[in-house]
Design a protein around this ligand. Structure first.
Ligand code: SIN
Ligand code: MN
Length: 292
């Protein structure tokens, strides 16, 4: 899949691209069917909502589940990211399956992902891309993602480490700055956008794009996969967060065939029999090659 010049210009201007129904219902079902068993596991990589058993986010499924390992190497997802990041080899920095469960799915406060990648992981530059792939239909009721178009052009904005609003710590942007950014982006006329569509849709969005999502009070789940791909040369320089959250294997992703989700090809699943103890170890040491 080759992006058109119009699409690349639109990405540069708005900070995101939306591809409705990029994956077929059959392809999406392969992924959706693998989620309940992953969410049922009592493991550190399943972060549950505050005061509920619902999974807020599941980490690293691409290292232990074949369907998600295939998605992590899918050319329909990897190639456009590669094109937007200047055709560099990419590695998987983070892989999440966010639950946003019916009735229980909590908010994600306003933030930029690169704020966390910089502050926690010492990723040198925002040469990394976020990808969201819907495993359920997303509408205005089940907590869709919200973007402030063009906010990525501000670079890294001030953020505070919020460890109490939800069950998952996040570097968040304060309300006054959000109000300013929304106003500058057009206020009520397009200052906030919210791509919605069927399961199988994909969004690419810049690591500095300011985004959030509300809670899910609807009776419909909003499961979505969030992948963060980073240029190999821009790998993180510190292992402050556990490896199941911020990956330490900087090997370049090699794409599979376009039909990989519907095939049973073997894929490497290094954590299939459990996470290595080292994946839980963290350190504040800066590793070699640091520029941040
Ligand atoms: C995120 O920003 O990482 C997740 C947002 C969401 O799941 O709505
Ligand atoms: Mn985010």
């Amino acid at each position: 899949m080759q992006l058109t010049p119009d699409q690349t210009r639109s990405f540069e201007r708005e900070g995101y691209l939306f591809f409705p129904s990029l994956f077929s219902a059959e392809e999406t079902r392969v992924l959706t069917d693998a989620v309940p068993e992953l969410y049922a596991r009592r493991e550190a990589y399943n972060v549950r909502e505050r005061g509920s058993d619902a999974v807020r986010t599941n980490f690293a499924a691409h290292l232990l589940s074949a369907p998600f390992a295939r998605l992590a190497r899918h050319p329909r997802m990897v190639r456009p990211v590669q094109q937007l990041l200047g055709d560099e080899p990419l590695y998987m920095h983070q892989f999440k399956i966010n639950g946003k469960a019916a009735f229980d799915g909590d908010v994600w406060q306003w933030h930029q992902d690169y704020g966390t990648w910089l502050n926690d992981d010492l990723m040198p530059e925002p040469r990394a891309m976020n990808v969201a792939i819907f495993l359920d239909d997303v509408d205005e009721f089940n907590g869709p993602l919200m973007f402030i178009p063009g906010s990525h052009r501000k670079g890294v904005v001030e953020a505070k480490h919020d460890t109490s609003t939800t069950s998952y710590p996040l570097w968040t942007v304060d309300n006054a700055l959000i109000a300013q950014l929304v106003e500058r982006a057009g206020g009520r006329q397009g200052g906030i956008v919210s791509p919605k569509g069927p399961a199988g849709s994909m969004i690419l969005f810049h690591g500095c794009l300011v985004h959030a999502s509300g809670s899910n009070l609807s009776p419909w789940h909003r499961v979505a996969v969030y992948l963060s791909l980073c240029a190999v040369s821009n790998h993180i320089r510190r292992f402050k967060r556990p490896e199941y959250i911020a990956h330490r294997d900087f090997t370049a992703i090699e794409c599979l065939g376009d039909d990989c989700l519907l095939r049973q090809d073997l894929v490497d699943l290094p954590w299939q029999d459990g996470m290595p103890p080292s994946a839980l170890q963290t350190s504040l040491d800066v590793i070699e090659g640091a520029t941040a």
